[in-house]
Design a protein around this ligand. Structure first.
Ligand code: UTP
Length: 289
């Protein structure tokens, strides 16, 4: 059973400066909730009980967000408005939060290795703190199902246009069935010419604890950072690793355009806002054509 999830949130967020100078990008709202709240909800929906944030400097607000604010809750309760925090209170009741400091942002691989003391020998999920998954079956629940069946490290993949492979970790893979692949190798942000396929990783993974052994021996790679993709490339040659094509939609909320797109898409599904927002978008038609 997968009960632990690591959510790295220690990156510098340079693509979203100046907004992210003091405010963690993971707390920027998508409509009315921080992007990280959707990610934590996705983890809980998949059966996760322990959430391990790998946090850096300026990220205390993340720990505070998932903690109780006694004065605020008392005030809301007195005025019968505690429902405004209902989703957050439910999250707090369902999951334990643990925070580990990544002293320096040395890369995603290094961030995951920081979780070693709380992961031990267990298999665990990883959800990137700035990638949103949306749709009926979110990526993590899908991966947990595959892991429960096969007991092998499994990563989510999605098809992207060849021209966009340079934004992602890309897998070389052999199909096992319509949606499942055996991973042969991986490469981080390749050029379209170098890319072994157009199967990209949207930031959702399940790992056996072997990944932590590989990470502890890993040398820095691209941009002089410890790359999770490099560790996975080593691991897939030591033990079988699977990729599962996800049907979920994916948004990169750490990128300005991705963030705007996520806000529009989530607003169009928001129960209270969708009608007014759709009418507003329709009113823009003459300005856009
Ligand atoms: P990104 O590749 O988006 O890097 O990290 P970043 O530094 O956060 O953002 P940019 O590229 O400068 O705009 C993917 C995920 O890994 C985390 C980030 O917080 C994000 O959730 N991360 C990255 C760490 O936790 N530590 C690191 O050293 C690097």
């Amino acid at each position: 059973m997968i009960r632990k999830a690591v959510i790295p949130v220690a990156g510098l967020g340079t693509r979203f400066l100046p907004a992210t100078k003091n405010v963690p990008k993971e707390l920027l709202p998508i409509v009315d909730k921080p992007s990280l709240m959707y990610i934590v909800e996705e983890a809980i929906e998949a059966g996760i009980e322990d959430i391990v944030f790998i946090a850096g400097r300026n990220k205390e607000a993340i720990e505070d967000f998932f903690d109780i604010n006694y004065e605020l809750e008392k005030k809301l309760e007195e005025s019968d408005r505690l429902d405004l925090l209902q989703d957050l209170i439910q999250i707090r009741e369902k999951a334990n939060f643990i925070s580990i400091r990544q002293q320096k942002p040395l890369g995603l691989g290094h961030a995951i290795l920081c979780a070693k003391p709380v992961i031990g020998e267990d298999a665990f999920a990883v959800l990137l703190g700035d990638e949103l998954s949306a749709g009926e079956q979110k990526a993590t629940a899908d991966l947990v199902n595959t892991y429960n069946d096969k007991k092998q490290s499994t990563v989510a993949v999605m098809e992207v246009p060849k021209s966009e492979v340079f934004k992602y970790g890309i897998i070389e893979a052999e199909p096992l069935d319509e949606n499942t692949y055996k991973i042969l190798s991986l490469v981080e942000k390749p050029s379209p010419e170098e890319a072994p396929s157009n199967l990209a990783m949207p930031g959702r993974y399940i790992f056996t604890s072997s990944i932590l052994n590989v990470l502890s021996e890993l040398k820095p790679g691209r941009n002089d950072e410890y790359q999770l993709t490099d560790a996975m490339d080593i691991l897939c040659k030591q033990e079988e690793m699977l990729a599962k094509k996800t049907r979920a939609r994916r948004y990169d909320a750490g990128d300005k355009l991705g963030y705007l797109i996520a806000n529009v898409e989530f607003a169009l599904e928001h129960p209270q806002l969708k009608e007014d927002f759709k009418n507003y978008l329709l009113s823009l038609h003459s300005r856009l054509t």
